[in-house]
Every structure is written in C-alpha cells, then in structure tokens.
Design a protein around this ligand. Structure first.
Ligand code: GLA
Length: 385
C-alpha cells in the first residue's frame, strides 16, 4: 500500500468516515549549492517523489489528535497550551509548527489526523521538513488563511530554529513548500526568489544512501555556520554571499587557514550553483555533472563535511560510465549522495554502485531513482488551482 492508501485506510478504520482532506509534503535532494543557504547564497534542490502524508478532518475544540503509523503512536495536544519539547519526538514537529504559525498571527483550528510517509528518517532527505510542511498544510485546510509557500517555509524553519532548537537554513522547508514537478528549483536564500530548471534530457537523479548516520552533525553544523559568519564579519559584509571569487582571491589570505578553506567552499559553491543553472538551461549534462564532482571535492577538502562512506559511494558512482557526476548531499557526515546518471542505465548504475560500495565498506546502501515532485499540497479533495 502507498502511504496515501495507508493513511486513508487507517483514518476510515479509526473514525468510521472518509477523511475531509489528504495532504502531502515531499522530502528533498539537493543537486548543488551545499552549506550555502545560511550564507544567504544559492541552493538547487528538487522535491522528491517521497513524502509525508496526513489524512485529516477538522475538530471544533482547538485540539490536535494525531496517529503516526510509522511510529505506531497516538498523541494529542491543545493549541492554547502547547507542551514544550523535551527529547525531540515526531509530535514536537507538529507542536512547533502550531507554535510558529500562532506566533505569526495565524488563527488555527484543530484536527484529527493519521500520518505516514516514505521519506527515510534521518538519512538527509529532509523527512522533518516534510512533516512540518504537511502539518502546516493540515492547519491550512482546517483554518482560515491563505497558502503562501514562502511564508509557510519561513514559519516551519522558525519552528525548527526556535521551538525545536535545530539551527537549519531555509533550503529544506522552502523546497518542500515550493517544489515543482519535473523541475529542480534554484533558490536565492536571501530574497527567496526561485527559478525552475529541467534536468538535462536523458538524465535521471539517483539517490545513494550510504546507510550511515552521524550523531555529531549538529555540533559540526553549528561550528561551520559560526566560522562562515565570522568570515563575513571580517570582510565587512552581511554574509559570504556578498563576496565573489575575485574578491576572495585578493583578500582570502587575511583569514586563518581553516576559515579560508571554509569561506572558499561557500563562495565557490555559490558560483557553481549559478553555473549549474546555465548548464541545465543548455541541457548540458556533462557540465552539470562536472560541477557536482567539483562540489563534492570542495565539501570534502575545504568544508570537511564528507565522510569515508560518502567518499566511497561518490567515488564508486563517478567511476561508472553511466554517471555524469555525483556528490554528497545535505548536511554531510553520513546520509546520502546524489548522482546524475543516464536515464536508460539508471537502474543498473544503482545496482553496480551498491554492490561495489557494499563490498568495499560492509555498509548496506539504499538506492532510489527519483523524480522531481510538487511541493506541499492537498491531494484530496482536489485543490482549487
Ligand atoms: C541541512 C540544513 C539545510 C542546509 C543543508 C546544507 O540540510 O537543514 O538548511 O544548510 O544542511 O546545505
């Protein structure tokens, strides 16, 4: 059964009627533009064909009651008395979104819902952003406010930053909110302006999950952010976005060696993200792949957020004739890589990379050939266009 069928079936079994709404919000994979979002720079993700789904009906009493099929748990909370998070659990993401929307002046109503999804949790494909945006969409359906993808993404990011104390940038929430079918989305993380671009003809995006997870990612992430912010202050600009490579060539030596490499990654990655758009517009898979390979090297050597497992799966992918280019994707330290491969060879490419990686590292990988999907939406009943 698909997640959509699962949430509908359980809803009907639980409440004895059809859901009033079924909403979904996707996970994401980032093609290029990594660790640039919190530097006001450019990212180039696509929403994937894996999502969090909620079947729901409105309630009259300002309470939310939700069943997570994946966690096999039922939780409830009152919108006028939100319980503060302790150790983060799935329900805290719903509460955080309610808090954040409330802070922003949205008047919320309650709902009964059943939640399930097929975005692998903790693998770097943004299952948390998918849950947040699905929750926001659920509140939208039972309350009385307009859906604005940017505003919803910002509210969900604020929930992560200020309620859940996770210091993320805007990329994951923005692409889950604003994804476009069959298109990658170039996002300017300062203005939140977006431009779509199709993948080069004949190419497929293949997600290569290393099967490894790393606990230290939060502290390493915060350390990278702090260093980038310090480098921007040193240059007297609001963010590293405001420095181009030419200026960096002139002034980079003023920074200490580690900060210089961190800044060089961000500044060069911003340029690569913009070049990737030109390559996509030109349908140039070779150039796009080369930019992805360069991005990985920069993340590995200058930003130092890769891992032996990520390096192994990326090297395995890049050695295949069917691959234009592969790189780690997301925060790093484990999780997933992404590859651009020839469509007709994508399945065998995935199998070959998995076999090599398994033999070399002993880890069990997961491979997903994916398609770009739409951002958060209501699938039942069909929304007003
Ligand atoms: C995580 C964060 C994003 C972004 C990436 C790195 O996914 O949630 O905001 O910073 O890492 O590009």
């Amino acid at each position: 059964m698909s997640p959509q069928e699962k949430v509908r079936a359980r809803f009907e079994a639980e409440f004895g009627e059809s859901p009033a709404f079924i909403v979904r919000a996707p996970g994401r994979v980032n093609l290029i533009g990594e660790h640039t979002d919190y530097n006001d720079g450019f990212v180039f993700p696509m929403a994937i064909d894996r999502a969090t789904w909620i079947a729901l009906r409105p309630r009259a009493d300002k309470r939310v009651s939700a069943i997570s099929l994946d966690m096999d748990e039922r939780r409830e909370f009152a919108l006028d008395d939100l319980p503060r998070p302790g150790k983060l659990r799935w329900i805290d993401y719903l509460i955080g979104v309610a808090w954040s929307l409330g802070e922003r002046g949205y008047a919320l109503n309650g709902w009964d819902g059943v939640i399930s999804g097929d975005v692998p949790i903790g693998s770097g494909l943004s299952s948390s952003a998918a849950l947040e945006l699905a929750a926001a969409r659920a509140f939208y359906e039972v309350s009385d406010f307009d859906w604005d993808a940017r505003a919803m993404a910002l509210a969900c990011q604020a929930a992560e930053n200020n309620w859940l104390s996770v210091n993320c940038g805007i990329m994951d929430q923005m692409i889950s909110a604003a994804g476009v079918a069959d298109r990658a989305l170039l996002i300017d993380c300062r203005s939140l302006a977006t431009r779509t671009a199709p993948l080069p003809p004949g190419t497929a995006v293949v997600i290569l999950d290393t099967g490894t997870r790393r606990g230290l990612v939060d502290s390493e992430y915060n350390e990278r952010r702090a260093r980038c912010e310090a480098a921007a202050r040193h240059f007297g600009v609001a963010a590293l976005r405001d420095i181009d490579l030419a200026e960096f060539e002139r002034r980079g030596h003023e920074l200490d060696e580690v900060s210089r490499r961190r800044a060089r990654h961000v500044i060069s990655e911003n340029e690569r993200a913009l070049q990737a758009r030109d390559a996509m517009k030109a349908g140039d898979a070779g150039t796009l792949g080369r930019l992805m390979i360069e991005s990985h090297i920069s993340l590995r050597d200058d930003f130092e957020v890769s891992s032996p497992a990520l390096d192994a799966i990326v090297a395995g992918a890049n050695a295949e004739a069917a691959c234009y280019g592969a790189r780690m994707t997301g925060a790093g330290f484990g999780g997933c890589a992404v590859a651009l491969a020839r469509t007709e060879a994508a399945d065998t490419f995935g199998e070959r990379v998995a076999a090599k990686y398994r033999a070399e590292t002993g880890y069990e990988p997961a491979i997903y050939v994916t398609r770009a999907s739409r951002g958060a939406e209501t699938v039942f009943p069909a929304s007003i266009p």
